[in-house]
Write a protein that binds this ligand. Sequence first.
Ligand code: A3D
Length: 310
Amino acid sequence: MRKKIALIGGGQIGQILAMLAAQKELGDIVILDVPDYVNVCKGKALDLMEMAPHGNYDASITATSDYKDIAGADVVIVTAGKPREAGMTREDLLNVNIKIITEVANGVKQYAPKAFCIIVTNPLDAMVYVFHKVTGFPKHQVIGMAGTLDTARWRAFIAMELGVSVADVAGTVLGGHGPDMVPLPRLTTVGGVPLTEIASPEQIDRLVTRTREAGTEIVKLFGKGSAFFSPAWSAIVIAESYLKDKRRVLPCAALCEGEYGVNGLFIGVPCLISAKGMEKIFEIKLTEEEKAQFQKTVASVTKTVSECKI
Ligand code: A3D
């Protein structure tokens, strides 16, 4: 029997998620959205079914506004919410999206209590916290997608700056999904060569800043709405690692209980994603400077989470 993937939210990211999940034949796909938008989602689902003969995939793709239809889903990816728009901070979205995520969490808890849940809605670190609180799911079952995207951006910018293949750039970005996230130049390599040996300090500073501001750079270009291709791919990479037990090590917002000196907070850390879900958090020995940066991002996430009053 095919796996089942429930996409909560069929907007910009949701539609790309559906396309990628279908192309990768990850399973049958159900898109859930609000009643006002469900016909558009039904149209997207039908369009994707009609793409299948050329896309060479077998999958059932449907849309609904009824949580009953996500029953038994293996993976749930949540993009339901309002996107950040120009001039709007992630924190502005907080109150609107808390309400949405609470409703989503209750629906998922009732109909797909065993699903591995990947949260994408912003402000990410707070929304994954709220989802986890409301569902009460074990920590291995709930993850926030942010570091996977932030790291993709970091790698992409390095490849663009140095004129090298992105396939050879390895690195990681820790912390919250905000302007004080922590790219780690010290641990980034290009074909095994340390980044710090082939890029100047000025170049590295520029790359760090661009990565931290990457979401905003796209929001400014769009004028309305936020990035969708790269966030969708990033969530699919996590889902695929779970469904195929690929055991990828990906930076995700995971519930830390002592790791990195953090307690009871979801924050971006390197995670082993296996058939068990978020199987393990890897700890990195940080330098004093990196620790200070990490504490700053933890303080930001703590502030946002405390504003959730949950
Ligand atoms: P958008 O195209 O607006 O899609 C959101 C969808 O959610 C819409 O189709 C809405 O109708 C739907 N929706 C709203 N309320 C509900 C509800 N109660 N139940 C079900 N569906 C609902 O946005 P998008 O796809 O561009 O972005 C989705 C979210 O991802 C936003 O919160 C973005 O800020 C966030 N985002 C996160 C990242 C990260 O890296 C974490 C990156 C980019 C975007």
